[in-house]
Design a protein. Structure first.
Length: 138
């Protein structure tokens, strides 16, 4: 509400959140200052992720994803992917508005989940328990 210029509604909602007797003036001013600061940043695009300064991080994440898919056992590949993703996205995501950031992160997680299921989870339809165990153990 503060970002879209609905100042009165913003203050009412903040007052309701903090309680009737709370002084919200400092917090409201801080939120407005934060919004102003964010609006000064250039709007990031997904393709900006592939600039030369991020290229090394992108390679690390792709390598980590490859290791996670090839090595199904253990948590080490997943930890590598986790740290690599944080390394890449930390500075990049700060430049994107929060509502876009939330949707983008949700979409990326879902795409990765679908790719993981396609690559790693075995098909079980029409197979006996022994066949499924044989696929998992191989």
């Amino acid at each position: 509400m503060a970002k879209t210029g609905r100042q009165k509604e913003f203050e009412v909602a903040l007052q309701k959140l903090r309680g009737r007797d709370a002084d919200i003036s400092d917090e409201a001013a801080e939120i407005q200052e934060y919004i102003t600061t964010l609006d000064r940043f250039p709007q990031a695009k997904l393709l900006d992720l592939f600039q030369s300064r991020y290229l090394r991080s992108v390679i690390v994440v792709v390598t980590g994803l490859g290791a996670a898919v090839m090595d199904k056992a253990g948590r080490k590949p997943l930890i590598l992917v986790n740290y690599s993703t944080v390394l890449i996205l930390e500075n990049f995501m700060k430049q994107i508005p929060i509502h876009t950031r939330t949707f983008l992160l949700y979409a990326v997680i879902n795409v990765l989940a679908v790719l993981f299921v396609i690559a790693v989870v075995p098909e079980t339809k029409g197979k006996t328990l022994e066949q499924i165990q044989g696929e998992i153990n191989n």
